[in-house]
Design a protein around this ligand. Structure first.
Ligand code: FES
Length: 185
């Protein structure tokens, strides 16, 4: 073997480790490890991100509904907010149209005869009742659940006037009692 190499110096040179082979191997190995770590980190970040719900907790809960003059006396249904706004002269209140059973939108049905009732210590004209098309829950005009699977009354939400442009504003994160009224000056 050695004699072969002696006879053929080129083969001997090719079989010897060349300067730089080791460092190239090291470099390629480090490159491979680096790429692996980068891919792993990317996957970890993606899986952690998937655990975070894709919602914004900063979504505004106050919604401008329009000028008070946009609301006729009686009931106006706002489909986007799923809200009934009632006006009686200068007095307003709002009742949610979201059924308290499983969240379907209830529909308002006008009563054949308007009733006035004492609700939470204040007189209230009851002009409608609310019916849920999903499982048949029924609510009185003030939102009190009277039959069906609905476990509690429809929510009432706080109304106010926007200081900048005078629009009616509802705060859908602020339920209020059934004695709430916004009375304009
Ligand atoms: S969602 Fe209204 S009764 Fe079930």
């Amino acid at each position: 073997m050695n004699s072969d190499l002696e006879k053929n110096p080129e083969a001997a040179a090719a079989s010897e480790p060349r300067a730089g082979d080791g460092s190239r191997r090291d470099f390629l190995m480090k490159l491979g490890i680096g790429a692996g770590i980068t891919a792993l980190a990317g996957q970890t970040v993606a899986s952690l991100r998937s655990l975070v719900p894709n919602v914004s907790y900063d979504a505004p809960t106050t919604v401008k509904l329009g000028l008070p003059t946009d609301f006729p006396d009686g009931l106006k249904f706002l489909p986007n907010e799923r809200l009934f706004v009632f006006r009686e002269g200068k007095t307003f209140h709002s009742i949610s149209a979201v059924c308290t059973h499983l969240g379907c939108t209830v529909r308002a049905e006008a009563l054949s005869k308007v009733e006035t009732e004492d609700v939470s210590g204040k007189s209230l004209r009851l002009t409608h009742r609310y019916l849920c098309p999903c499982h048949g829950s029924e609510y009185k005009g003030d939102g009190t659940n009277v039959s069906g699977p609905a476990p509690k009354p429809l929510e009432w939400y706080e109304l106010s006037l926007a200081p900048d442009d005078g629009q009616l504003v509802v705060d859908l994160a602020k339920p209020v009692g059934h004695d709430f009224r916004l009375t304009l000056a």
